[in-house]
Design a protein around this ligand. Structure first.
Ligand code: PLP
Length: 394
């Protein structure tokens, strides 16, 4: 039977990583995969996470199963971290999931129960798994305009025109902050207009928040999404702890479903737990247990917040330095948008040929759509990269 399988498409970003590893040049720079890197090019374990691991090791007395929906402290702390007090706690059903990807998967599955004929609306461009997963689960998908290459900002007119095509019962996927791959983000007013439209069209919003704390701050990054949540009778949120806790491989995420009232939330909660049972039963515990320890301990939490803030500021510094270096190198303000973008990524607006030249001629590894992983430039890598960009762009 296996002869029916056709070779799977290689992941282009992981493929880029392999090319990078095989490149013998000493001054090569990896701006591909989306992981935070410090000045030494390392992806560190946060000190609060290390301390929580020590505590977990000392205090954990059993590895027996927990609740099917996951650890209650983790889920409640995540709800507060993401939604603040925008929505009453008894209106929110929560589910521990393996990473943000697992949370998104479970929410798409929940959507299958609500409306299997829904079209899932995804920004153009977006993180590729949005469309891939929605299609894999049998949904139709549509793109909405998002990025304006002329300004490297959001094409909000285009976005609103495309979203006029949404039908009642469809789902709209929004990035909560730090848009991947562009780095261009919606303003408060734009979030309000989208919320008006979603309410008018009777569409289910699914906010994917994978970078809370990487943009303007831990609270600031959630604020627009919270305002939307406070106005919506129903909404879904997928949160990832991969980046802001540095727990990538431990697979920690939380799916949240806001229901119109407490009764509906109770029914939803039971259905979410069943979805875990149907897919993998219990979500992995270790990373979620660490997040629960950190978020519910004031000292560890303060340490985590300070470290996260340090990471955020380091990324902002790279942005400012890169914009300035490109100003100098290119003698133009063309790349100034880099300092207005937020999060781990910026789309530079280079052609595939220019991206290829960066790799072949200069050992600079950038994703084909010219997305750069901003923290990959810390530790003195801005200047050589800006020089290389100016050489291929001119
Ligand atoms: N959503 C977006 C937009 C992402 O960029 C990512 C990771 O790159 C995720 C979700 C999920 O990440 P993870 O499954 O590693 O938590």
């Amino acid at each position: 039977m296996l002869e029916k399988l056709i070779p799977a498409k290689a992941d282009p970003i992981l493929g880029l990583g392999k090319l990078f590893a095989a490149d013998a040049r000493e001054n090569k720079i990896d701006l591909g995969v989306g992981v935070y890197k410090d000045a030494d090019g390392k992806t560190p374990i946060m000190t609060a996470v290390k301390k929580a691991e020590v505590r977990l090791h000392a205090e954990q007395t059993s590895k027996s199963y927990k609740a099917l929906a996951g650890d209650e402290v983790f889920r409640d702390e995540m709800r507060k971290l993401v939604l603040g007090d925008a929505v009453a706690a008894d209106r929110v059903a929560t589910l521990q999931a393996p990473g943000g990807t697992g949370a998104l998967h479970q929410l798409f599955e929940a959507m299958k129960l609500l409306n299997p004929d829904a079209t899932i609306w995804v920004s153009n461009p977006s993180w590729p798994s949005h469309v891939a997963m929605a299609k894999h689960l049998g949904f139709k998908t549509e793109n909405y305009d998002y990025f304006d290459p002329a300004t490297s900002g959001v094409d909000f007119n285009g976005l609103m025109v495309s979203l006029q095509g949404m039908q009642a019962g469809d789902m709209l996927v929004l990035h909560g902050c730090c848009h991947n791959p562009t780095g261009a983000n919606l303003t408060a007013n734009q979030w309000q207009s989208i919320t008006d439209l979603v309410l008018e069209k009777n569409v289910m919003p699914l906010v994917d928040i994978a970078y809370q704390g990487f943009g303007d701050g831990l609270q600031e990054d959630a604020i627009y999404m919270r305002t939307m949540a406070s106005r919506m009778p129903e909404m879904m949120v997928a949160a990832s702890c991969s980046k802001n806790f540095g727990l990538y491989r431990d697979r920690v995420g939380c799916a949240m479903v806001i229901a119109k009232d407490a009764d509906s939330a109770t029914v939803t909660q039971g259905n979410l737990a069943t979805l875990n049972r149907m897919n993998y039963s219990f979500a992995p515990d270790h990373g979620a247990a660490l997040v629960a320890i950190i978020l519910s301990d004031s000292e560890l939490r303060a340490e985590w917040e300070a470290e996260l803030e340090e990471m955020r500021l380091a990324m902002l510094t790279v942005r400012e330095d890169l914009a300035e270096a490109l100003r100098q190198q290119c003698n133009s303000d063309h790349f100034d948008f880099i300092k207005d973008h937020r999060g781990m990524f910026s789309r530079l607006g280079l052609s595939p040929e220019q991206v290829e030249m960066l790799r072949v001629d200069h050992g600079m590894y950038v994703v084909g759509d010219s997305r750069i992983n901003v923290p990959g430039l810390s530790g003195g890598r801005v200047a050589p990269f800006a020089k290389a960009v100016s050489m291929v762009a001119n």
